[in-house]
Design a protein around this ligand. Structure first.
Ligand code: COA
Length: 164
């Protein structure tokens, strides 16, 4: 069995299919994404790899603020670590890599909607009411294929402020 520590790196197009499968294998926790969507946004994916096996993925995207481009937020999405490799710091390393990547953009905040609030809490995120983020997450929620209403959706809204 390979016991080497996974490598964290930016994704390449060759990772798209593995990312697709990894997201698809977590239907309870993650919103599925088409292969086309993953390819279009591949430059905003961070992956974890052990040997030649993809063992983790995570992505980010920008949520604009109407009329205030400098106040845009970053949302973290599609975070998954393969079963059997959890608890080894892979998820933490991927989120830290995303935070380091987006910090120079000076976003107003980094947000996440998650079933793993304790995991994000350890990374400095704090829970906020969904109403506080509603205008930012509107497009994702209105197009959600899992829940009819963001206020009955069990995901927890969390925010990380990045000191400027
Ligand atoms: C959430 C997830 C990405 C964490 O990845 P991971 O590599 O296991 O995380 P780490 O090893 O970096 O864990 C860091 C800490 O968070 C804790 N933690 C990890 N996953 C957790 C979870 N789902 N709930 C609560 N705490 C969690 C770990 O126990 C660890 O605590 P410790 O430092 O006291 O040991 C992984 O559990 C996963 O893929 N879950 C299924 C998909 C999912 O829920 N994604 C998040 C939706 S946004």
């Amino acid at each position: 069995m390979d016991t080497t520590a996974p490598t964290i790196r930016v994704a390449s197009l060759a990772d798209a299919h593995g990312i697709f499968e990894l997201i698809k294998s977590h239907p309870e926790e993650l919103i599925s994404r088409s292969l086309g969507d993953i390819v279009e946004n591949i430059d905003r994916f961070i992956v974890a790899e052990r040997g030649s096996t993809l063992v983790g993925c995570s992505s980010w995207h920008i949520l604009p603020e109407i009329g205030e481009p400098q106040r845009a937020s970053v949302e973290i999405r599609s975070v998954a670590v393969r079963d059997g490799l959890r608890g080894a710091g892979v998820g933490t390393a991927m989120i830290r890599t995303i935070i380091a990547r987006v910090r120079p953009l000076h976003p107003a905040q980094v947000i996440v909607l998650t079933f793993a609030p304790a995991f994000f809490g350890r990374l400095g995120f704090r829970e906020v009411p969904k109403t506080q983020l509603m205008h930012k997450i509107y497009m994702g929620c209105v197009n959600c294929t899992k829940h009819a209403n963001p206020f009955t959706c069990p995901e927890i809204a969390m925010v990380l402020e990045l000191p400027q």
